[in-house]
Design a protein around this ligand. Structure first.
Ligand code: PEP
Ligand code: MG
Length: 826
């Protein structure tokens, strides 16, 4: 007997073996076909009843009246969108005709955020089905597509759940046991299979659909496990067993990694009571440890009714899932797996069931959820395997995220104790700007690098900060007294009274020095031999500009326009942009220069509304001006709005990430077309080594250069600017980078163009004399650094700086360069 199904989508048909997901390509979800769609409405392949709609809305099942079920799964990895981009046209229980719309989806969103748009149409495990074949032709549309052959005389009704059956005992080959990654892989495979599946160890078992449950078994290397199930076919069981034996994606040749508590130290070995880090923002902080993760929540006592609480809970889950998928997208590739595991935790059936049961028993959602995840976290934390025990932190991370969504922003607002030293793994820019400047005396990051954007923000907030301190700092006790020495890169964890006394004296000295520098901050910075060096400010918004001007900045040397775009849900319209830029220009005044940088998105600053395909190396991908080719409209609108401010200030526009002359010529032509006689300086950021090496070719065609030492350092030394373990080596005073800067300075001199530095080196006091000796006449720094950089300029003569450069260029190590500068400093 044959049943013929319609194609639910128009598009290119392909066999399941070509689907980029082993669950489908290996037939684990059942036989079927796939379609790469050219439309965005999924239609019913037959008349029947909707019997399943996934909570993330990306998959649903229709059952015909004869019992044959058809499962449709839109896109690959779309579960992580958690419903975003999907609009169901039906609900479970609805009767539908063949061709009726079932689900609309946002193809652009799926194409940019997920692995593929390929949609799978399968017949879930059904013993009556003997074969499934697609109709002729590659492009499918509507009727008569999938031919399902049924055994003569058999009904197509899916087999009911059977009795429990067990597979064979298997020895776990994973060097670190069943940790989050293999557990998540098993879960992904099981998710598409029918019935119950448990992972069993001798003396316990857990649902193989629950990440927390699997991890809670505490399975170490060589432990024995088996699968027990109610509905798997022999073939499905065999595939799962083979996957377990092959390590579920783990590298089986790898030696077990060290326990996570092993500190990553960037520089010298640890001294008792001290942790070493890399200076991200200079200064000294004395205070008490505030562990960022431990947000305090007021859990409500009374339920507002099971229905209301249940709705709240589901809403919070959706919101948290959206945040996690955002974080996953922005995370460096190596960290994406963490957020993928977080997304799995959010869907964990045991956690969800425990919470929903408690809500039904009249508990408020927040209390029910808190109890559910804390109980599981305690189980994990007590496991002897430190890698598994550390997963308790992930569970609590996710738990608190959902709580914050449940309780709303206000109750999740952090209250920092007086004199906090904030300790955390890393912060995203929006978290960094939440730091309360009145109460926070320092920031200590276990990860990150000194040129990461968190470090840049910390500098602009004037908060002394260390990064790359290693995970040991996360074990510090909440409230413990510490000294964060962001002059020497040390966190003193158990300071004695003598040490505290000396730190207080040093802090007092620093405060006095800052006051003295501030008293002179509004005067020009001239070297001892009379050369004027413009000290400007780096800004992202009007607040930074206000602060910069208060600190004596003579102009804006870098306006990171993407920070403005980042604060918005969609691209600001031309009028909105014109108004924003105009307000800044007015605030600055007609006599001062505003160097605005064209959008620099990509790298670690993706923009949600400028979708980009996933890139393995986003810093080496479509970043900065490289986007101009595919999105000229975006830049055109920005240029137009920026140019309108040319009447209100001395406008200069510079272009990020230029790496070839052709790129510059293309964008310059675009700008010149819009100039229409206006006076605007047009310049190139030198932040890619190829541009630095070609500076003499670029110089005749630009009005100025501005050197972005953060990226120039990252690209020259081939070290990710936020890499925690290599952060100690990310040093712009490395002689290789000095040679590049020297070349740029000379090219500018030869062609009579001015050259500035807007990267972190401009406010590194040991770098300042070297930059002055290489023809740099503008230094653009974060607002709090303006007075000290001006003071540093006054300490040197250009003649001495040039001599210093001559010596530094002959050295081989950054540390040797720093030593030389310290020796020569008066
Ligand atoms: C730089 O790379 O030095 C720079 C100033 O740009 P950003 O830090 O914003 O990448
Ligand atoms: Mg840069």
């Amino acid at each position: 007997m044959q049943v013929v199904l319609q194609a639910p989508l128009t598009g290119w048909a392909l066999p399941l073996s070509e689907v980029p997901d082993p669950v489908f390509s290996q037939g684990l979800a059942g036989p079927g076909y796939a379609i790469d769609p050219t439309v965005s409405v999924l239609k019913s392949p037959c008349a029947g009843e909707v019997v399943q709609l996934h909570r993330c809305l990306h998959a649903l099942t229709v059952r015909r009246s004869d019992g044959l079920e058809v499962l449709m799964h839109v896109g690959i990895d779309t579960v992580k969108l958690n419903g975003q981009g999907f609009t169901p046209r039906v609900k479970v229980g609805d009767s539908v005709e063949a061709g009726a719309p079932l689900l609309e989806f946002d193809s652009d969103l799926i194409a940019t955020r997920c692995r593929s748009l390929i949609t799978v149409v399968v017949i879930p495990e059904n013993p009556a089905v003997t074969s499934v074949a697609a109709g002729e032709g590659k492009v499918v549309q509507g009727s008569d597509w999938l031919k399902v052959e049924l055994k003569q005389g058999e009904t197509a009704a899916a087999q009911a759940e059977g009795p429990e059956k067990s597979g064979r005992w298997l020895e776990l080959p994973n060097p670190t046991g069943m940790h989050a990654r293999p557990a998540a892989q098993l879960l992904t495979m099981v998710k598409e299979l029918p019935g119950n599946v448990w992972l069993e160890k001798r003396g316990g078992r857990a649902s193989a659909r629950s990440l927390v449950g699997i991890l809670g078994l505490g399975l170490g290397p060589k432990d024995e496990v088996r699968l027990t199930h109610t509905s798997l076919s022999d073939q499905q069981l065999k595939r799962l067993e083979e996957a377990i034996l092959s390590g579920l994606g783990d590298d089986l040749s790898a030696a077990p990694p060290p326990a996570p508590a092993a500190p990553v130290q960037p520089a010298a070995p640890t001294v008792e009571g001290q942790l070493l880090g890399v200076v991200a923002s200079r200064g000294l902080g004395i205070g008490v440890v505030y562990l960022w993760k431990r947000a305090t929540f007021q859990l409500p006592d009374k339920s507002e009714g099971a229905t209301r609480e249940r709705e709240r809970f589901e809403g919070a889950l959706t919101q948290a899932a959206g945040q996690i998928s955002d974080l996953e997208r922005k995370a460096p590739p190596a960290e994406r797996a963490i957020f993928a595991a977080h997304a799995e935790i959010l869907q964990d059936p045991e956690l969800l069931e425990a919470t929903r049961t408690a809500i039904a028993a009249e508990q408020p959602a927040a209390r029910a959820w808190h109890a559910a995840y804390e109980k599981q976290a305690e189980v994990l934390a007590a496991l002897p395997n430190p890698l598994l025990a550390a997963r308790a932190n992930d569970l609590r991370d996710v738990g608190e995220r959902v709580l914050a969504c449940l309780l709303g922003e206000a109750s999740a607002q952090r209250v920092f104790p007086e004199n906090s030293i904030v300790v955390c793994r890393d912060l995203n820019p929006s978290e960094t700007v939440q730091l309360d400047r009145q109460r926070v005396r320092g920031l200590c990051l276990s990860q990150g690098g000194p040129t990461s954007h968190v470090a840049i923000l910390a500098r602009s907030l004037g908060i002394p900060s260390l990064c790359a301190v290693g995970p040991a700092c996360l074990d510090l006790k909440e409230g413990a007294q510490v000294i964060l020495d962001a002059e020497n890169g040390v966190l003193h964890c158990q300071p004695g009274s003598a040490e505290l006394e000396s730190a207080r004296r040093r802090l007092e000295e620093l405060t006095q020095q800052q006051q003295a520098e501030r008293a002179q901050a509004h005067q020009e910075a001239r070297t001892g031999d009379g050369t004027h060096v413009e000290v400007a400010v780096n800004i992202g918004n009007g607040d930074d500009l206000r602060q910069g001007l208060e600190q004596g900045a003579e102009g804006v040397g870098l306006f990171r326009t993407e920070f403005y775009f980042h604060g918005l849900d969609q691209e600001p319209g031309p009028e909105q942009q014109t108004q924003f830029y105009g307000e800044l220009a007015q605030q600055l005044g007609a006599q001062k220069r505003l160097v605005a940088r064209l959008l620099d998105v990509g790298g670690d600053k993706p923009l949600p509304y400028v979708p980009m395909a996933h890139e393995e190396n986003p810093f080496l991908g479509l970043r900065g001006i490289r986007l101009y080719k595919s999105r000229p409209d975006l830049f055109r609108r920005q240029i137009e709005a920026l140019f309108k401010t040319s009447e209100q200030c001395r406008l200069a526009v510079m272009v990020p990430m230029i790496s070839t002359l052709a790129e510059w010529r293309a964008i310059r032509a675009e700008m010149e077309q819009q100039l229409q006689g206006r006076k605007v300086e047009l310049g190139v950021m030198i932040e890619v080594p190829s541009a630095a090496l070609l500076a003499d070719q670029l110089a005749p065609e630009v009005d100025f250069f501005s050197i972005g030492t953060n990226d120039l350092t990252q690209y020259t030394l081939a070290i990710d600017r936020a890499h925690p373990e290599l952060a100690g080596q990310v040093d712009a005073l490395h002689p290789s980078i000095l040679r590049l800067i020297h070349g740029v300075g000379e090219a500018a001199r030869k062609h009579g163009k001015w050259v500035g530095v807007c990267g972190g080196a401009a406010q590194d006091l040991e770098a300042v004399p070297l930059l002055l000796g290489m023809n740099i006449r503008e230094l653009s720094v974060s607002p709090p650094a303006v007075p000290s950089v001006k003071a540093e300029v006054r300490r040197w003569t250009v003649a001495d700086c040039e001599k210093l450069v001559g010596e530094a260029l002959a050295l081989a190590e950054a540390e040797a360069v720093r030593k030389l500068v310290r020796e020569r400093r008066k």
